[in-house]
Design a protein. Structure first.
Length: 384
C-alpha cells in the first residue's frame, strides 16, 4: 500500500508533558507503525462501494444536485469539511461546499432514530468553503480557501444569518479548532509557505473582535514555540504570513483538531501530521511518510477528527481513498476505503454526538467532478 503513517506526538521529558492529553502515555518519539486495526481487517465493498470492518454499515444520505432523501432541498456541490451538533433529541451534520463562486454550507437535521428530518442552507454567496471547525457554543466556522479569504460564523440550527468574522484574519483559510482551556482558536493556512495561527477573542464566545497571532519557531520540526501578534489581520498591504519575522512555515495546512491540551494539524505538501502541545507550548512532528519502516498505510493526509477514546481519524485526499485510524498505542491502519472513486477525495469526517455514527463525503464521487459529490453515514461499534 502506498500510504503514510503517523508518529506518536510526544515532548521532551516523556509522557508527563502530555499529561491529560489523548496521547498521554506515549513515552518516546518513535514513529507509529502499521499494525492490526482494533476493528479488524476491511471486508469486501458493500453496495455503496465502501470497504468496512465487520459489523459496520454505510448509507448514502445526500448526493450533489439531488434532493436530500425525504426533503426538497438540493444538496450542494463538492461537499467538504463538516461537523455534528446536538439538536433536541437528534443532531445536525453541517457540510461546506468547496466551489467558486457559490460556496457556502448546508445542514442535514436528523431525528432521534437517525431519520432525516430536514435539510437547508446555512451560508450562501461565499467562495471555496473548504474546511472549518465547530465552536463550544454550537456554531460552525466555515473557512474560505482563497487568497485573503474570510471565516464565516454560521448557525447549524438555521434561522440566523451567518456573520463574517473579519477579525480572524484574511488569508487562505483551511480549518479551525477551538481550545476552550486557553480560549483561543487555531487556524491553518493552505499555502505552500503558510502558517499556523491562533485567534484570541476579546470575549470568549464572541468572535467580533480579538487578536490574531502567528506561531513563531525555528526551522526544526520539534521544540518550543512562541506566538506573535499579526499587525494587520486584514492584510491590506502585506499578506498575514509575511508580517512577522520568524513565523514558522508549514507546507499546505489542512485539517485541525483539538483535544485535551493538544492541537493536531496536517500539512499536505510534505505529508505530515503535527502536534502542538498547548500546555508546554511545543510542536512535534507527529507523522512523516519518510519515517515509516516499510510500506506506509496512509497517504494524502487531509481532514482529521478524533473520538473520546483517543483515536484519530485521518481522511485521504488521493491515496487510495481511505480514512485511517491512529490509535493512542501508536498503530495506524485503514478504517474504511471507498472504491471506484479514484478521482475524488474524502472530506468532512465527523462523529454524531453519541459517537455511534461517522459522517464523511466523497467530494467528487464516481464522476470526478464537483457535481458528483456523495455524503455518507457509517454506523457500527466505534470505540467509546
Amino acid at each position: 500500500m502506498d500510504r503514510r503513517t503517523v508518529l506518536r506526538a510526544t515532548v521532551a521529558g516523556g509522557a508527563a508533558a502530555f499529561s491529560g492529553s489523548i496521547w498521554a502515555g506515549a513515552a518516546s518519539a518513535a514513529p507509529a507503525q502499521p499494525g492490526p486495526s482494533p476493528y479488524g481487517a476491511l471486508r469486501t465493498a458493500d453496495a455503496n462501494g465502501i470497504q468496512l470492518p465487520a459489523n459496520f454499515t454505510s448509507r448514502v444520505i445526500a448526493r450533489s444536485r439531488q434532493s436530500v432523501p425525504g426533503t426538497s432541498y438540493s444538496w450542494h456541490d463538492a461537499p467538504d469539511g463538516g461537523a455534528c451538533f446536538v439538536a433536541g433529541t437528534g443532531w445536525i451534520y453541517v457540510s461546506n461546499s468547496e466551489i467558486t463562486p457559490g460556496g457556502g454550507a448546508s445542514a442535514i437535521r436528523f431525528d432521534a432514530d437517525g431519520g432525516i428530518a430536514s435539510a437547508y442552507r446555512i451560508l450562501s454567496g461565499t467562495n471555496q468553503n473548504c474546511a472549518g471547525g465547530a465552536t463550544p457554543w454550537d456554531t460552525w466556522l466555515s473557512c474560505e480557501e482563497v487568497s485573503r479569504g474570510y471565516v464565516y460564523e454560521t448557525y447549524p440550527q438555521g434561522g440566523i444569518t451567518a456573520v463574517r468574522r473579519a477579525a480572524m484574519g484574511r488569508f487562505k483559510h483551511e480549518a479551525a479548532a477551538c481550545d476552550p482551556d486557553r480560549r483561543v482558536i487555531y487556524l491553518t493556512e493552505d499555502e505552500s509557505n503558510g502558517c499556523l495561527y491562533r485567534f484570541r477573542p476579546t470575549t470568549w464566545g464572541s468572535l467580533s473582535s480579538g487578536t490574531l497571532e502567528v506561531l513563531v519557531a525555528g526551522t526544526s520540526t520539534s521544540g518550543p514555540v512562541t506566538w506573535a501578534r499579526v499587525p494587520d489581520p486584514s492584510a491590506t498591504s502585506t499578506l498575514t504570513r509575511n508580517q512577522v519575522s520568524g513565523a514558522k512555515r508549514f507546507n499546505g495546512g489542512e485539517g485541525c483538531w483539538y483535544a485535551d491540551g493538544t492541537c493536531w494539524f496536517t500539512t499536505k505538501g510534505d505529508n505530515r501530521v503535527w502536534a502542538y502541545d498547548a500546555v508546554n507550548q511545543r510542536i512535534e512532528l507527529s507523522y512523516d511518510d519518510s519515517l515509516v519502516s516499510g510500506s506506509a498505510p496512509l497517504t494524502g493526509v487531509d481532514n482529521i477528527t478524533g473520538t473520546r477514546s483517543g483515536d484519530l481519524y485521518v481522511a485521504e485526499d488521493g491515496g487510495n481513498m481511505e480514512i485511517n485510524i491512529i490509535t493512542p498505542a501508536g498503530v495506524v491502519a485503514p478504517f474504511l476505503r471507498i472504491t471506484g472513486q479514484s478521482s475524488s477525495e474524502i472530506c468532512g469526517p465527523a462523529f454524531s454526538p453519541d459517537g455511534t455514527r461517522l459522517y464523511l463525503s466523497s467530494q467528487r464521487g464516481t464522476s470526478g467532478s464537483s457535481s458528483g459529490g456523495i455524503t455518507y453515514e457509517v454506523r457500527g461499534p466505534f470505540r467509546a
